[in-house]
Ligand binder design. Sequence first.
Ligand code: UD1
Length: 354
Amino acid sequence: MKVLSVVGARPQFVKLAPVAHALRETDHEHVIVHTGQHYDSRLSDVFFADLKIPEPDVNLGVGSGSHGVQTGAILSAMDPVLEEHRPDWVLVYGDTNSTLAGALSAVKMHLPVAHLEAGLRSRNRRMPEEHNRVLTDHAADLLLAPTRLAMDNLAAEGLAERSVLVGDVMTDVLYAVRDAVAAQPPRLPDGVDADGPFLVCTIHRAENTDDADRLAAIVTALAGLPMPVVLLAHPRLVARARDFGIELARGAIHPAQPLPYPEMVATVLRSRGVVTDSGGLQKEAFLLGVPCTTLRTETEWPETLEGGWNVLAPDLVGLAEIVNRPRPEPLDTAPYGDGTAARAVVAALERHAR
Ligand code: UD1
């Protein structure tokens, strides 16, 4: 069996890692296509190196652009790659423009498509990721769902027959890295004491970064928090803050560069809490037993809300009290699986190959 993975953005490299390792344990051929959506070393190369992912076989080098330009560039660059490789499966990951373009180009060439992390829904039609998820799920032949709720969402859209519950591959990679970095100190900017309480923060969603008033309100709220906020600033946040004349380094905020995955895990593990609008980080905090506060109106990972481990705080009201809330009671559920999802992915691909 020949599997061709299409990835392009930081969270997809994390999901690719366990799948690439599981495929390496088999005789199957695995071709990795990097669209080039993320090209900064800190958002791309370090993930391949740290997570021991084989170098991409192909890099489409599309770079940044508006949604249409970026999606279209990937789409047109994919045709010759798919023509050359003619895989048994085109495997697309998550919800970025690279996901949708990879799925669409495969469908147009009558190649079977599998969508890893199928069935997530925010029901927020303003999010580019929501369009990408819905359209990819309805285009794909095999829907690899991470959770029971995702399976329910797919069934509600008439997609039950194409859906398989495989578990969450992010749990696989997170547990492996957590154990490897157990003794590693957090990577903190100057002025933040590793022995004192601190928060880890990321903000990169268009709905939070691309409106000047919204971004200013978020930065003001973070600056006023009662402990240091380590703000791991995505290039999009840095660019928008600069465009809008918003100073990030003020009050409690200590801006820093995005971290490589193992250092991110080590730093979150020792933090008092996470404040974010990232889907992946909400779930990583939950799995690491660190309280999370999410600056959005909804989450694709509602399981994280159980027991107050994740709290939605879109209007920023009372943010200081929310991030300072007592640590929730441990849960005895494991909605994201036990860290063996990647093998289930490979087994599902084998079972459903034409
Ligand atoms: C994309 C995904 C989002 C995912 C995120 C993870 C879409 C629609 N969004 O958002 O779902 O959560 O990746 O990070 O696909 N930039 C750089 N260097 C890079 C890449 C981007 O500086 O290597 C800057 C550029 O100014 C670019 C901006 O970041 O215009 C946005 O990048 P883009 O890939 O369009 O979306 P993300 O915000 O990264």
